[in-house]
Design a protein. Structure first.
Length: 158
């Protein structure tokens, strides 16, 4: 998760900086941060592209960039560490990306209930990162460790 936070520092949106890291079998397979498509002026250069809800629509989200920059085999049964809980659109993309676990640092966005329901249907774990449980990052990155926390969404939801 520290690496996701470091990746987020590269984000180019003024409103929010998000970083994500793909970990498979204890190895980092890729990273992503939110920003405008390559070669297009970003929020730092031309300010945010704010919509009616006050959200910036210029940036490709960190999770989508992560998917764009990794292969299906790299994502198979992998874990995504992301600084912010995925939005609905990214949640849908992650649900179809082959990953099995999402660990986020900051609660963010609405529609948590439907996000949890969709991920549970796909048997993808959604976990709120708790730093006190992962002083040693090795167990966190062990894919077998997901088995004991496979369905956290259901217990948190009711
Ligand atoms: Zn922006
Ligand atoms: Zn998103």
């Amino acid at each position: 998760m520290r690496m996701a936070v470091a990746v987020a520092s590269r984000a180019t949106c003024r409103r929010r900086k998000v970083g994500s890291v793909l970990v498979q079998n204890g190895s980092v397979r890729g990273t992503g941060y939110n920003g405008a498509p390559a070669g297009v002026p970003d929020c730092l250069e031309v300010d945010c592209m704010t919509d009616e809800q006050g959200r910036c629509s210029r940036a490709i989200h960190a999770e989508i960039n992560l998917i764009l920059q990794t292969t299906p085999s790299e994502r198979e049964n992998a874990t995504v560490f992301v600084t912010d809980r995925p939005c609905w659109e990214c949640g849908k993309a992650l649900a179809n990306s082959g990953i099995r676990r999402i660990v986020y640092l900051r609660p963010h966005g609405r529609n948590l209930d439907r996000l949890q329901a969709m991920l549970a249907a796909k048997e993808i774990a959604l976990e709120h990162y708790m730093p006190q449980l992962s002083v040693d990052l090795e167990p966190v990155m062990d894919p077998t460790a997901t088995e004991r926390v496979d369905q956290p969404a259901n217990s948190n939801n009711s």
